[in-house]
Write a protein that binds this ligand. Structure first.
Ligand code: AMP
Ligand code: ZN
Length: 468
């Protein structure tokens, strides 16, 4: 399996640190609003990477954070007159609903920055002790960028070029820095902001430190893959490398993966320009499986353009697979018997599409070509399956299609939809189970509903449910 590594600028054979295991960290969203379709791209792409690795037999430890302390969250909290955690809690919940709709698996761990402050204080202290960070007069702690000799190795930037670009910062009042390249690890609180005690000042962390700390805590000093959108290469990931490697004295991540951006109608997504969609808005018009299909129809390192007509063709493509699966199921219901010699030979022939699929995925997760292989398999199934096929043959073809789609996280076969009245009945039973302290049954009901895409929310006014 080959992965394009931003660090080396080459496709490299993937060799995990521990055979059979993968430790992977994906930078997650800042939770101050519904996620937009740009945020959905890394979620879908790296979930597919994870699924393919699991298919290959790797045990994947997948960590993805929620940034829940940030200027935008604080601003929104002040506008609504609530605490910042009310905002972050709300949008973590909404993000999880969207993830469910897009069939993005829950991470092994979804750490939140505000739960990891102790680890941040520890790493910042280590950096100060080792001479890689210093405390300014007002208590701000800065990373001493030039103390990390390899700074710039990920973004392939030269320190002196960077210095030129950053001179304006000195003029803008950040003159307590030793060097304009230095970046914030910890900063003093401002009026009306959440803050934590620290040895340097009451304050809050800079943005980059959280990922270094969470990655270390849940995956160890060295990890296999670190990923995110390409806008994170500089400065976020460059700074993460500097912090982690300076503090731990070890290589931080071996493979760095970055998805290209999603644009709308060939323009950068921008709220003010009006070309901006949340995943929730898209879900009102399309099945989110179509969004997933659309995202995977391009290679993750190619820019992707979102438009109504491209979504229509994604919907057609996705439907072609769903229709084939439905048709195979329909024929299989009436069919009987085992495989004929001819059918055995046809199934052997179908293996070549699986091989094509795997070859595409092994080549830096080329989902565009992998989907083409699925289409070829669908076309093959459509020509080979008929009213005289055996049940075993139809089932085997269907399984092959469903398996490949499942690796892409595409749901092409749904269990029968649950009726609203059945949902209400189960919720009532859950309430009774809880009142009788039968929490096992209550949890069981929650997960039965969850598997059918129904999310429960316990509110003061009672239980609310939503379909994703
Ligand atoms: P943020 O909440 O801005 O930190 O973004 C969360 C993730 O979404 C990061 O990995 C970003 O790189 C990624 N991201 C944000 N906007 C886009 C976009 N338009 N296209 C692709 N990825 C994006
Ligand atoms: Zn990060």
């Amino acid at each position: 399996m080959k992965i394009y590594n931003t660090l080396t600028g080459r496709k490299e054979e993937f060799v995990p640190l521990v055979p059979g295991k993968v430790g992977m960290y994906v930078c997650g969203p800042t939770v101050y609003n519904f996620i937009h379709i740009g945020n959905a791209r890394p979620m879908i792409v790296f979930d597919t990477v994870r699924r393919y690795m699991e298919y290959k037999g790797y045990d994947v430890n997948y960590v993805s954070n929620f940034t829940d302390v940030d200027d935008k969250i604080i601003k929104k909290a002040n506008e609504e007159g609530v605490e910042p955690e009310v905002i972050s809690e709300r949008y973590i919940g909404e993000c999880k609903k969207d993830m469910k709709g897009m069939n993005v698996k829950e991470a092994t761990v979804h750490p939140r920055a505000t739960n990891e402050i102790d680890g941040m204080l520890e790493m910042i202290s280590t950096l100060i002790e080792k001479g890689h960070a210093y405390v300014a007069k007002d208590g701000t702690v800065y990373f001493r960028t030039r103390s990390f000799k390899e700074y710039g190795k990920l973004s392939h930037k030269n320190l002196d070029d960077l210095q030129g670009g950053m001179r304006s910062l000195l003029i803008s009042g950040e003159d307590q820095k030793e060097d304009p390249l230095d970046f914030v690890l910890w900063k003093p609180k401002k009026e009306g902001e959440p803050y934590w005690e620290s040895p340097w000042c009451e304050g809050r962390p800079g943005w980059h430190i959280e990922c270094s700390v969470m990655s270390k805590r849940y995956l160890g000093d060295e990890i296999d893959i670190h990923a995110g959108g390409e806008d994170l290469i500089f400065p976020h990931h460059e700074n993460e490398i500097a912090q982690s490697e300076a503090a731990n004295g070890k290589t931080f991540a071996r493979y760095w993966m970055h998805n290209a951006f999603l644009n709308i109608d060939n323009k950068k997504m921008s709220k003010s320009a009006g070309n901006f969609f949340t995943v929730r808005e898209i879900s009102e018009k399309y099945d989110l499986q179509v969004l997933r299909f659309f995202m995977l129809s391009a290679h993750y390192r190619s820019p992707l353009n979102f438009s109504a007509s491209l979504m229509e063709s994604a919907a057609n493509g996705y439907d072609r697979i769903v229709t084939c699966v439905k048709n195979l199921n329909f024929l299989a219901e009436k069919a009987q018997g085992g495989l004929s010699e001819e059918e055995k030979a046809a199934l052997d022939e179908a293996k070549k599409f699986v091989a094509e699929f795997e070859a595409a995925m092994d080549d830096d997760f080329n989902t565009a070509d992998a989907i083409t292989a699925i289409f070829e398999l669908v076309r093959f199934a459509n020509t080979k399956a008929s009213g005289v096929s055996s049940a075993a043959f139809l089932k085997a073809l269907k399984e092959e299609i469903v398996t490949l789609c499942d690796i892409c996280g595409l749901i092409v076969e749904r269990e029968d939809e649950i009726l609203d009245e059945d949902i209400e009945k189960l919720i009532k039973e859950r309430q009774e189970a809880r009142a009788a302290k039968n929490f096992a049954r209550a949890d069981e009901i929650r997960s039965i509903l969850q598997n059918k895409g129904i999310i429960l929310e316990d509110t003061r006014e009672g239980v609310k449910w939503t379909k994703v």
